[in-house]
Design a protein. Sequence first.
Length: 382
Amino acid sequence: MPVTVTEARARAARAVEKGRREWAARGGAAVALDIPLKPPTEREVLADPRAASEWAASWRSVQGADLQIGWATKNWPSAGRQELPERLSLHTTDALARFAGAVVYRDWARIRDRAGELRERFGDGEEIVGAIQRRGGAIDRQTDLDFTLLLEVLTWLRRHPSSGYRLRQVPIPGMHTKWLGTHRALVEAMYSAITGEQDLGLVPSPETLRIRFLDPDDRPGGLSDVTAPIHELAALPINPAIVIVCENLESVLALPDWSVAVAVHGGGYAVPIHRLPWALSSRVLYWGDLDADGFAILHRLRSNGVDALSVLMDEATLLAHRELWVPDPNGAAVRVLPALTPSEQATLDRIRSEGGVRLEQERLPWPMALEALRVAAEFSTV
C-alpha cells in the first residue's frame, strides 16, 4: 500500500520523540530518515486511477526547503505516463520535526534551544552532554521562567562553590524560597556535570525529629512536645522505659500522660530511632498504618538494629475493621521483608490478596488502640 502523507508524518514524529533528547544534547546532530513511499503499481492505478492521482497530488503539495521527495516517471503500456513520488528524504533534526507537524516542531525547538543555552553557558563536554540527555525530560518540562531560573542558579552556584548559604538563602532575583528545594534533583545533576562536584556548597538543614515526653515528671525544662535536631535529642540525659513510635503525628499528639514513656513521630521511612542511644536501651513499640508502607517502615526500623514490637499490625485487627479500609495501590505488589515476623508477613500478604488496602491507624477506635498500647507496654516491661 502507498504510504500516505499522514503516515509519513507519524513516522517522523516517532523518530523525533525517540531521538530528540540525544539530538538536543549533542547540538541537533545531522540525522537521516528515508521513507520509501511505495507508489502504486500499474495494476493498482488502473483499478483506482482517482485514488492514485489524489495520492500523488497529496505528496506534490508537501513543500519544504529542508526535505526532498524523489519522483519517478513511469511509462506504462496501459496506464500511460505517470509521475509518482518514490521516496521522502529528511536529513536534519529540524527537517524531521517540521515535517512531523507544528506541535512536534514546537516541542523539539524548545528542548533544542534549552540544551543549546546550557551548552553555550556551561560548555559542551561529555559530562554536560550526558546530563542534558539523561535529564532531558525534566529540562523539557520546565516552564520558561523555571528554565531561566535554572540557568541563573547554576551560574550562581558555580561562582560561589562554598557559599555556606542555606537552601532558601540563595539570592536569585525572581526565585521564591521553595524553588531550589522543588528543583533540587535537576540542579544537582547539572551542577555535578558542570563542576564535577556532588555537593552544591550549601549548608544542609539539620535533620529534626518530633517527640513528646509523656511522663510529667521527666520533661526536660518542663517541655512536653519538642522538635529538635536529632543529634541534640540523642544527647538528652533521659532513660525512658518505653518509646512509642507512631507513623502519624495525630496519634502521637493524642497519647495521654504516661509514666517513663516517650512518644516519637516516625514520619515515614526515615524513622531514625537507631540514632537515639536512650531509645535503644528502652522497649520500642511501633504502631503504624496497616498497609504495605507501614510494614516496610517496621522492616527498616528493625534492620537498623531496633528491636521494635509492633502493635495493632496483625491480621485480626485488619479484618475486624474492613469497613475502614481504603485502596492502596502500593499494597498490590508482592513484598517479602525478612525483618518481619511470620504473622506480620502473613498480614502483609493478606493486604496484597485483598487487592492492596490500607487501614490508617487514626481510624481505629481510640480506646481500643490505647488499651493495646498499654498491654504491649506492660508485657514488654515484665
